[in-house]
Design a binder for this molecule. Structure first.
Ligand SMILES: [Zn+2]
Length: 139
């Protein structure tokens, strides 16, 4: 049997690499670089202990056979990651559209709605939940 087949058989039913693994890997690399930048001995020791623990966690998740639990962890990570990403995309769009549009949050479904920037009070219907609400634009 070739080494590749042996490896494939060994990895069968194990978690392997997922999005959370990549995130841990980047975090690990950042810690590894920090060890060379940081000068205080205590901070250096703490960073190296944390990076060892992280490497242990990465190995554990990589070889774990409890796929249900690992996928749930990965999904939770992806949900957090998506909300962080969406926040920055919204800030970028707000800056881009500043002159002609304003962004308001629907009070019932919390969706961000892009509205034309017109001075005064306006009635708005949320496109997602059809809720009616008032919007005040001061400028
Ligand atoms: Zn709504």
């Amino acid at each position: 049997m070739k080494f590749r087949d042996k490896l494939a058989r060994f990895m069968w039913g194990r978690n392997g690499i997922d999005a959370l693994y990549y995130f841990h890997f980047i975090l690990f690399m950042v810690m590894w670089i920090l060890q060379y930048i940081v000068r205080a001995d205590l901070a250096k020791a703490l960073i190296s202990i944390a990076s060892l623990l992280l490497a242990g966690l990465m190995l554990f998740r990589f070889f774990s056979k409890n796929l249900t639990k690992r996928r749930k962890e990965n999904q939770q990570f992806l949900n957090i990651w998506r909300s962080i990403k969406n926040f920055f995309v919204l800030q970028k769009n707000k800056a881009r559209d500043f002159k002609s549009f304003t962004y308001k949050k629907c009070p019932s479904c919390k969706a961000n709605i892009r509205l034309p920037r017109k001075k005064g009070t306006h009635n708005v219907v949320c496109p997602r939940c059809k809720n009616r609400f008032e919007v005040k634009n001061l400028f």
